[in-house]
Design a protein around this ligand. Sequence first.
Ligand code: 1GP
Length: 257
Amino acid sequence: MGGWRGRVAQYLAEKRLEAPLHFTLIDPDEVSGDLDQASKLVEPMVSAGTDVILVGGSIGVSESLLDDIISSLKRYGLPVVLFPGNVNGLSKEADAVLFMSLLNSDDPYYIVGAQVQGAIIVKRYGLEVLPTAYLIVGYGGAAGYIGRARPLPLDKPEITTAYALAAEMLGMRYIYLEAGSGAPVHVPAEIIASVRKALSSSTMLIVGGGIRSPEAARRVVEAGADIVVTGTIVEEDSERAASIVKSIKSQDRRTSS
Ligand code: 1GP
């Protein structure tokens, strides 16, 4: 649990020097607002060495529900970071927010409209902002459907890479490649590697969606992910989810420049 001293961006950068990172995703809708259930899911992940508790989802999220869940999860001593699907995904209880733009949405609302609505709330709450490009690849799941994404093609790494590069040039410090929660396949290694190669080493590459085994997590990290997000497996099989964290943490420290 060590290392958390109040600035999430710095915490992430420092921890990344030690090993790739793991984020545990809690979807408030999936736990139906049940605080005990949320704790039951998080506890084994904290013991296994997860780095951040990420809270959010595409549907069924309200601010009061988030406030309750986040307040209760803060006792684990890890940063709690918001993963908002919309303006209702903000909470003053969180430590930071992935302030995301769904760049491959066909609807300007998900690219900048929701952000215009949310910015003033984020400022009022004093939330630390982690400027993030959210790119939906392949299947897309609920996030892709709700966000009106035109999913990036699995067999054309150069298109996702061009989006990631544009995001970095626009000043975004985190690039989140999302296959969609419960995706049948995770983001392909070829896409991750191509994106990683194009980005500067200080830009954090987050990969999530469909990662359900230590082997899959290893592939994703070997391809160049800095941060692996898992949600569904945390809900379905805590032992397996913990083994994913251990597999990520056993990877070599970053060697790229
Ligand atoms: C979804 O990337 C996350 O937004 C996690 O996906 O539920 O498939 O682990 P899973």
